[in-house]
Write a protein that binds this ligand. Structure first.
Ligand SMILES: Nc1nc2c(ncn2[C@@H]2O[C@H](COP(=O)(O)OP(=O)(O)O)[C@@H](O)[C@H]2O)c(=O)[nH]1
Ligand SMILES: [Mg+2]
Length: 459
């Protein structure tokens, strides 16, 4: 198939969150198989004692699990191919120029707003970075504050007193968020703000080159917040140069273990991440690019690094054991540990595809920063658990792109074009209400498309 045609076909499936007909047929077949087989079991009424029936049920569950895995996997494989190939389409000079102009407009506006000539009369929003949580969580909090501050036309002031990571405070690692407004007296309360909207004046432009405008917009915000201090920049640049100097393709893998497994996330074996690494490099081969598989591996668990290196001797695995050691030890909150995790985040953001669990805020930060380095990096990510979301966001409205007939009792049925309002994100699926039927339930994200919301930001 001609390359451009292949790209377009792949994008049609992935960007509409629609699987090809063949896969949808497979899902329907599973649905029917389950219904008839279970129907037979119920009719014969022998499942209280008959071991063969128990076996049958076991088999059905197993079959379902395997086929479902294939379906999900195949969807992700198409996504990898599309992500890789969409790069060719996004290198158009006009698009690149437009993106750069937008970035400049946004940066200048934030910078201007954060540095008023008369600080005394300016309204401020004070944001304490010291939430009792990890770095990803803290930096998302500051980003959220910038979002609210810009929406309310206030100056964001970060209160970094006794910051858990660094006695030197914010400026040790990042550029100051304001240089003219250093004194403040009162703490203002935050107003609720609909976090998933993009500035109305820019939405058409962003939508013209990016499949997920909100993530691109958030990427601008978090990049502004995390502008590295001069010292940090030298360090990060050096790491990025070393990782990408050979111009080869590199996949970023983030494997989150430790405290995440207590209640916030599930365990996924190293193989479930590396299957996608292999897929990525296989796809490269298909389009005629021979490259030794290369991975940047970030984790909070040293064991993961040992296992990955042993299991994948043919993959060039770049990693830093000391980052993992620091992340999980008593020095977790220290400047040294912060440097390690910032290097991990930036290097993940500089790869060609990130494979991770999006339940980790660290990976969400990397994905958001990644948007700065490609025209459209919306699909350069495979999450083994949650779909993407921004903590503290008000959930948005979706429109169904195909009918959905749920297999399970807690599923949400809908017809194509129904409006669905998202209420929550639960372990790898969405939970929402169908506005037409007024019913609640879970539903697969690929059967709906987000309705882009816009707002009158200060831009
Ligand atoms: N250096 C490093 N630290 C990590 C990594 N994964 C997790 N951590 C540590 O775990 C913390 C997790 O931060 P948090 O914002 O709570 O994100 P979440 O728990 O992953 O959602 C970080 O601040 C790090 O201390 C990693 O890949 N590299
Ligand atoms: Mg955490």
């Amino acid at each position: 198939m001609e390359l451009s045609l292949f790209v377009k076909t792949a994008l049609k499936y992935v960007r509409g969150y629609r699987f090809p007909d063949r896969l949808r047929t497979m899902i329907d077949a599973i649905d029917n198989m389950l219904k008839t087989r279970l129907g037979d079991v119920i009719k014969t009424g022998i499942w209280r004692c008959d071991t063969t029936v128990k076996q049958l049920i076991g088999q059905i569950i197993e079959e379902f699990a395997i086929i479902k895995y294939d379906v999900e996997r195949e969807g992700n494989v198409i996504k990898i191919q599309a992500a890789m190939l969409s790069g060719f389409m996004n290198n158009d000079e006009n698009i690149l120029q437009k993106v750069e102009t937008l970035k400049r407009i946004i940066y200048n506006r934030f910078w201007g707003n954060q540095n008023p000539s008369n600080c005394l009369n300016a309204r401020k929003l004070v944001c304490n970075i010291n939430k009792a949580c990890g770095f990803g969580c803290q930096i998302h909090h500051v980003t959220y504050c910038l979002l609210v501050a810009s929406a309310l036309n206030r100056i964001l002031i970060v209160d970094d007193k006794e910051w858990s990571y660094s006695p030197g405070g914010w400026n040790t690692f990042f550029q100051p968020l304001t240089t003219t407004c250093l004194n403040y007296h009162t703490e203002q309360n935050m107003s609720p703000w609909d976090g998933t909207a993009v500035p109305r004046a820019l939405s058409v432009d962003i939508n013209s080159f990016h499949e997920y405008p909100f993530v691109w917009w958030l990427g601008r915000l978090i990049s502004f917040v995390m502008r590295p201090s001069d010292r940090l920049k030298v360090m990060l640049d050096e790491h990025v140069k070393r990782l990408t100097s050979d111009g080869r393709h590199v996949v970023g893998v983030h494997i989150r273990r430790k405290d995440k497994l207590i209640s916030e996330g599930s365990y996924y074996p190293v193989k479930s991440y590396f299957d996608y690494v292999e897929e990525y490099f296989r796809t490269l081969q298909v389009i005629g690019i021979e490259a030794q598989p290369k991975v940047y591996l970030a984790t909070d668990d040293e064991e993961v690094l040992i296992e990955a290196k042993q299991s994948y001797p043919d993959v060039n695995i770049v990693c830093a054991v000391e980052h993992a050691t620091l992340a999980a030890g008593d020095d977790k909150y220290s400047e040294q540990s912060l440097v390690g995790l910032l290097v991990d985040i930036y290097l993940l953001a500089h790869t060609d595809l990130i494979v991770c669990t999006l339940s980790s805020q660290l990976c969400r930060v990397a994905y958001e920063l990644m948007q700065s380095y490609h025209t459209d990096a919306s699909d350069k990510l495979i999450s083994l658990d949650h779909p993407y979301y921004f903590g503290g966001q008000n959930f948005g409205a979706f429109r169904a792109v195909v009918d959905h007939h749920p297999l399970y009792l807690d599923g949400l049925a809908f017809k194509s074009n129904d409006s669905i309002y998202l209420l929550d994100i639960r372990r790898s699926s969405f939970y929402g209400i169908n506005i037409r039927t007024k019913k609640n339930g879970t539903f697969p994200g690929y059967k709906v498309k987000e309705v882009i919301k816009t707002s009158d930001f200060f831009l």
